[in-house]
Design a protein around this ligand. Structure first.
Ligand code: AMP
Ligand code: MG
Length: 269
């Protein structure tokens, strides 16, 4: 089975994250094979990105969500190394500013949607508005569900206007998060990455898992699918996401645009 269909969440199906092993490594037995695949994919991605930019028929929006230490930053670094930075646009979604809070919750996300020919990556996203705020009871379940319907409609509109959307949930286990936070605490060069909030949010682990399950079940669509990516092994996470990305780009069946003038008539003096 292609990785693409292996991890995709079928629309309108219940999700129980405990039934998805976070340390799954799919078709790869060891990191060596996955790393070789990733390297191969990176080179193909570089070539495909040029075609993607030149044809400018579609935009590509990649949404990365997951618990703290899930690997959102690492995914971006490993997968997009070597890809022309001019064709990529990365947006980090932090606690909303006072100005952002005065607008509807999709306002800042819409402003960051990539234009045709551009690959846009959301490091966290509009989904925070149905995750962190719901877990902390800033909105009711009813409001969360209404927002999810609004997200589905908004993403449908984007898709109808040429935006291909891929959404990745980086699935790690609680034990793996413990290990990663312990590692960060032990390494002075990683201390900058630690925030008090990571430790505070950890206490809400079961609430987050439930909130994610609801999001995954309600907002995965054919035109904007969610993928539950087993992410305890970083090498599997990287290989799987790059594979899904490539399969998607190849599926767009892009062509270089034809010149609008007769090349034979050009004279090089
Ligand atoms: P980080 O991605 O680790 O730099 O942290 C960003 C923080 O901003 C996380 O704790 C997010 O939960 C938080 N955040 C992002 N979007 C929102 C939002 N819409 N409402 C509240 N908090 C948010
Ligand atoms: Mg963080």
């Amino acid at each position: 089975m292609k990785i693409h269909s292996l991890h995709r969440v079928k629309p309108h199906t219940k999700v129980r994250l405990s039934q998805y092993p976070a340390d799954d490594t799919g078709i790869y037995k060891a990191s060596k094979e996955a790393d070789a695949q990733l390297e191969d994919n990176r080179q193909r991605l570089d070539t495909l990105q040029e075609l993607f930019a030149a044809s400018a028929q579609h935009a590509l929006l990649i949404v990365l969500q997951g618990m703290d230490t899930g690997g959102k930053d690492g995914t971006i670094r490993h997968i997009f190394t070597g890809v022309n930075p001019q064709g990529c646009q990365i947006t980090q979604f932090k606690v909303p500013t006072p100005l952002e809070l005065r607008h509807d919750f999709l306002w800042r996300a819409h402003a960051a949607v990539p234009a045709k020919g551009v690959i846009g990556i959301f490091n966290r996203s509009h989904y925070e508005d149905v995750l962190v705020v719901r877990v902390h009871k800033k909105i009711s379940d009813k409001q969360a569900h209404r927002r999810m319907d609004e997200i589905v409609a908004w993403e449908e509109m984007l898709a109808a206007n040429g935006v291909a959307i891929l959404k990745f949930f980086l699935h790690i286990s609680h034990e793996e998060q413990t290990r990663r936070l312990t590692e960060r605490l032990a390494d002075p060069n990683k201390h900058w990455k630690i925030s008090e909030s990571d430790f505070a949010e950890r206490k809400f682990w079961p609430d987050y898992q439930r909130a994610y399950e609801d999001v995954l079940a309600r907002t995965s669509r054919k035109h904007a699918p969610w993928f539950i990516v087993p992410s305890n092994h970083k090498w599997y996470r990287n290989a799987a996401i790059s594979e899904i990305l490539l399969q998607t780009l190849v599926g767009l069946k892009m062509k270089f645009p034809q010149p609008t003038f007769d090349l034979k008539k050009l004279v090089l003096d």
